[in-house]
Design a protein around this ligand. Structure first.
Ligand code: 3HC
Length: 282
């Protein structure tokens, strides 16, 4: 099958980024979320990012051409004709299963379902459909237009055909793929997220200031940004959910989320997206 039309369900930071790189690669994109304000906001973020890329000559075609390939919808409008779906909704296994179950009724039987989950079970999501062989993980990284990697995760039933198709689609989007067996948090987050959690423990214990922790990791370990600034970029709510998955799935106390992380999420300080996390943003 040749993929021409991709539906991206969930127009948050990741969904918007995925819709952007898919449209920039020439795919026709349907970007969907529950409310029109959410998709409108996503579209303006996409325009801003495309303009930055175009200004540097890093965009094939014009900003308007790329935007012209993105149709924004609410709900499941237009989903019956798509070749491939990438879900980027909230990190909640029950919500993801409910979404795939619904889409399974609406989409063509040949359509492939991809999940951008940060670490939940692809096999479990696939079990909610009548096409478990056509369900796969395609995990992008934030900010999607800049980050090179996609982890491709095969569930228990994922077919070779689905795997090859997912790799081809990601490569057409200009990404480099690593192949991962299903396991909690896959590869990159399994290593990265506990490191960020540890940085939050270091802050919580008063060992150093946020600025000095980040300066330490930038200058001492050559990280492009410090772990606390990265936490703000990822979103503290996402980070907490991801860390909780690892803790729950392994039952290993070394993966317990830092209490300070939990407290900040409860206070609504989620990082860049709310203007306040470990740092303040305008
Ligand atoms: N769209 C287009 N271009 C963008 C962009 C966007 N959304 N965000 C950044 N850029 C471009 C800038 O224009 C700039 O381009 P230039 O070098 O050609 O001028 C370049 O990226 C660098 O941006 P800035 O100068 O604004 O800022 P930084 O130097 O801090 O770089 C960064 C930004 C690339 C995000 C860098 O800080 C970085 O690499 N951070 C680490 C990101 C990371 O680790 N992400 C993974 C998170 S984990 C994850 O996503 C998994 C999830 O499941 C939790």
């Amino acid at each position: 099958m040749e993929v021409k039309t991709i539906a991206v369900v969930g127009a948050g930071t990741m969904g918007a980024g995925i819709a952007q790189v898919a449209a920039a690669a020439g795919f026709k994109v349907i970007l969907s979320d529950v409310a029109p304000e959410i998709v409108e906001k996503a579209l303006s973020r996409i325009r801003e990012s495309l303009e930055r890329l175009a200004a540097k000559g890093k965009l094939r075609g014009s900003v308007e051409e790329v935007l012209g390939r993105i149709e924004t919808v609410t709900g499941y409008s237009g989903m019956e004709g798509v070749d491939l779906v990438i879900e980027a909704i909230v990190e909640d296994i029950e919500k993801k299963k409910a979404l795939f179950k619904e889409l399974d009724q609406i989409c063509r039987p040949e359509a492939v379902f991809c999940s951008n989950t940060s670490g939940l079970s692809i096999t479990e999501m696939a079990s909610a459909t009548r096409r478990p062989d056509k369900v796969i993980g395609t995990h992008f990284f934030n900010p999607v237009p800049v980050m090179q990697l996609v982890e491709v995760i095969r569930g228990e039933e994922t077919s070779d055909e689905t795997y090859s198709l997912a790799v081809k689609v990601c490569e057409k989007m200009g990404k480099t793929v690593i192949t991962v067996k299903e396991a909690p948090l896959f590869v990159v987050n399994r290593i990265l997220v506990p490191m960020i959690n540890e940085a939050i423990f270091v802050l919580q214990e008063g060992i150093a200031s946020a600025e000095d922790i980040d300066k330490g990791m930038k200058l001492g370990a050559n990280h492009p940004i410090g772990p606390l600034a990265l936490a703000d970029l990822i979103g503290l709510d996402v980070l907490l959910m991801v860390m909780e998955t690892l803790y729950r799935e392994t039952g290993d106390s070394k993966y317990r989320p830092a209490p300070l992380l939990r407290k900040m999420v409860r206070a609504g300080h989620l990082g860049r997206k709310t203007g306040r996390g470990f740092y303040r943003y305008n």
